[in-house]
Ligand binder design. Structure first.
Ligand code: AMP
Length: 116
């Protein structure tokens, strides 16, 4: 828990969020500025800065983040039409909050992965 980390403070209940799923090790909540009809962030409760440090530091927990994302995708009705799961990482990746989070996006055709 880092007191200056926004998402650690959401885990601690110090900042409100619309939580859609919680497990012993993960939390999923709606993005405050949604980019699609469904836009949920899925995080590990313990602090890792990004998906690289999570994936190398605790691959089992990384898998639990993916499992929670899949459960939310199913609960939100996204499995039939599909969805996008992405981890912005570092400066070139456009990461703004340095507590690893998967963006789960869906509900409409999402278009090409990147604008050229
Ligand atoms: P990223 O650019 O990948 O680091 O994405 C950070 C995401 O966190 C953005 O999509 C923000 O809209 C979202 N966000 C920032 N503050 C909050 C908050 N308090 N509750 C929910 N989502 C947030």
């Amino acid at each position: 828990m880092s007191s200056d980390c926004l998402f650690c403070r959401i885990v601690a209940g110090e900042i409100p969020a619309t939580i859609v799923r919680e497990t012993a090790t993960t939390l999923a909540f709606r993005d405050i500025d949604p980019k699609a009809p469904v836009h949920v962030l899925v995080i590990p409760k313990v602090h890792y800065a990004d998906v690289a440090t999570l994936g190398q530091g605790d691959p089992e927990l990384a898998g639990q983040v993916l499992a929670t994302a899949a459960e939310v995708a199913e609960a939100e009705g996204l499995l039939a039409d599909g969805f996008r799961l992405l981890f912005n990482t570092g400066g070139y990746g456009g990461q703004e909050v340095f507590h690893v989070h998967a963006h789960l996006l869906g509900g409409v055709p999402l278009g090409p992965m990147l604008a050229r």
